[in-house]
Write a protein that binds this ligand. Sequence first.
Ligand code: NDP
Length: 424
Amino acid sequence: MKKSWNGFSKKSTQKRLELLKAQALISLESQSSLENNENLSLATADQLSENVVGTFSLPYSVVPELLVNGKEYTVPYVTEEPSVVAAASFASKVIKRAGGFTAQVHQRRMIGQVALYQVPDRSLAAETIISKKADLLELANQAYPSIVKRGGGARDLHVEQVTGETEFLVVYLHVDTQEAMGANMLNTMLEALKPVLEELSQGQSLMGILSNYATDSLVTATCRIAFRYLSRQKDEAREIAEKMALASQFAQADPYRAATHNKGIFNGIDAVLIATGNDWRAIEAGAHAYASHDGTYRGLSRWTIDLEKEELVGEMTLPMPVATKGGSIGLNPRVILSHELLGYPSAKELAQVIVSIGLAQNFAALKALVSTGIQHGHMKLQAKSLALLAGANETEVAPLVERLIAEKTFNLETAQRYLEILRS
Ligand code: NDP
C-alpha cells in the first residue's frame, strides 16, 4: 500500500492511529491499546523496580519516513521536549528524498573487565592468563550456557596493565550477546572468572563488571544530501551546506559546542532507546566516552561537502549495543508495541535505525541553527507548552498560541494574562 504521511502532524491522535493501522504498521489490538492508553501495569512496575508507588507517563510519538538501507521505518519516539519529533520528521523526509541513510554494524560484542590488584609480577601474570585463554573462555561459557546455545558466547580475552594511583592488571572479556545487551550475562561470566584469575595472577580481584564503553559494538550511519534538498534557491542551498560543514568543524574543535551538538543527537537516540525499552544511561555513557576517544571531547557526527557532486555528506559512528531481548523489553506493553511498529528488527537492525535517527536529528538541528536559528521552529511549540501550563483547555490552546506568537517574546505570565483576556 502506498504510504502517505502528508499532513500527519495536523491530524487528531485518533486519525493518526487509524493511519498506522491502515498501513499495517500496528495490529488492531495495538491500536486499541493506544486508544485506551493501556500502559505498564502497577503490578509489573512493582516487579521492575523497588519502592514503587505508581507509574510515570511521557508522550509517545512516531517519526515517519526514516529510510535506512533501502527500508522505510516508522520510528517510535518517547520525549517530552517540544520540536524534537517535528525536527526529526522533517529531517527524515528530506533525507529520504535525497536517498536515505546507509548504515553498517562493524561488530557486535560486549566487553567486560576483571580488575586485579596487588599482582606481584604483572607481566608474568599477563602471560600466564593469556596461555590459559581457551580454558578461561570455556569457563565463561559454562557460567552462562544458554547464550552459547543461542549462537553467542565468550569469543576473546585480552590483558592490559593499567596504571593509575595503583597498578592494576585488567582482563577484558569479549562476548557475543546475540539479541541481548548482555550486562547480566557478562557480569555472571566475569564473576565466574574472578577466583581463577586471582589464582593465575597471584593477585586480588577488585571487581568483575561489564564496560559500557562498547568499542566492539560500533555502528556507522551515513547520508548524502544533494544541495537542492536544502533550499529551493541554489545559492542559499549551497550556503546552508557550507555553514553546516562549518558547524560540524566547530563541534570537533570546541567541547562547549560538542556537548550541545551531542545532546541534540541524543534528543533522537534517547527517544527511541526509551521507546524500545533499552538502557539509555548505558548507551549515553558509551557514546560520550567514545566522543573523547582521541583524548578530546568532540561532536559525534561530521558533515562535509562534496563540491564536485554538490552534496552535503553526513557521517556518524558510535557504540550502539542495543537489545531486542532481555531487561524490561518483554514486560512493558508499550515497548512491545514499539518493536511491532519497527517491524520487529534484530538488535543489529535496530542499532542501524537508531544511529541513523541520531544523524537525522543532528541534521535538523544544524540546518536550523545555521539558517533560521533554532528559536524559529521552537517558538510555536514553546507557545503551546506555555498555553498548556497556563491552564488553557483544548479549545483555548490554538487561539492562545496564535496570540503569543504574534507577541514574538512571551513567558508564562504573558500566557496567563492572554488566557484571562481570551476567557473574558
Ligand atoms: P537479561 O539479564 O534480561 O538477559 C537477557 C535475557 O534475554 C535472558 O533471559 C535471555 O534468555 C533472553 N533472551 C531471549 N532470546 C535471546 C536472544 N536471542 N539473545 C540473547 N538473549 C535472549 O539482560 P542483559 O544481560 O542483556 O542485561 C541488560 C539489563 O541489565 C538491562 O536491564 C540493564 O539496564 C541492566 N544492567 C546494566 C548495567 C550496565 O549497563 N552497566 C549493569 C547492570 C545491569 P536466556 O537466559 O535463556 O539466554
